[in-house]
Design a binder for this molecule. Structure first.
Ligand code: IMP
Ligand code: MG
Length: 187
């Protein structure tokens, strides 16, 4: 096999934008008159949150957390830690955690527990992609952009070893393998 990663588009940029408008309308209806805080999980959710918050037509505050759950590969080891905490006071407020993709569920299970210590009025989850079939722990996702059965995905914030986040659509990735006698200058 060649050293090049294979990318196949599975969700177009137009489909993503259309679905985000729908999610935005739903959240607008559900949270009217309530003190909403959207918390994005860095880095993967930065593009999704940027588009989603502009599709929600109510006042809100925005914050970010950074969690480390994956190494540079494609599998979770189940260990999660916070490397950047929230900075806003969320006590008594309604929180929506914005995540790019829920896979095993370890990341969100951990984050929800930590956020609850701050005594928010409520915590819900909005993710762009739900990979339900790989779930290891039970987390309830309240707003889902797309269900995807399997595969490793990149684009629209999602990375493989920090690459491909900038792509406007979502792609299925089959990583390339370096052929025998591979020389880095071939790239
Ligand atoms: P979980 O803890 O297994 O649910 O994984 C959550 C995190 O793993 C997500 O926030 C993503 O950053 C990353 N992840 C899971 N699946 C994928 C994928 O298909 N592509 C890129 N990142 C992924
Ligand atoms: Mg990631």
């Amino acid at each position: 096999m060649s050293g090049k990663d294979q990318l196949t588009e599975i969700i177009s940029s137009d489909a993503i934008q259309h679905r985000i408008k729908e999610l935005g309308q739903q959240i607008t209806q559900d949270y009217k008159g309530r003190p909403l805080v959207m918390i994005g999980i860095l880095k993967g959710a930065f593009i999704f949150l940027a588009d989603l918050c502009r599709a929600v037509e109510i006042d809100m505050e925005i914050d970010f957390v950074r969690l480390h759950s994956y190494g540079s590969g494609m599998e979770s080891d189940g260990k999660v830690r916070i490397t950047k905490d929230i900075e806003l006071d969320i006590s008594g407020k309604d929180v929506i955690v914005v995540e790019d993709i829920v896979d095993t569920g370890y990341t969100l299970e951990y984050l929800i527990e930590v956020l609850k210590l701050h005594k928010p009025a409520s915590v819900k989850i909005c993710c762009l992609i739900d990979k339900k079939e790989r779930r290891k722990v039970d987390v309830q996702v309240d707003y889902v952009g797309f269900d995807v059965k399997k595969g490793f995905l990149v684009g629209y914030g999602l990375d493989y070893d920090e690459r491909y986040r900038h792509l406007p659509a979502i792609y299925h990735l089959v990583p390339g393998y370096e052929p025998e006698g591979y020389c880095p200058s071939d790239r």
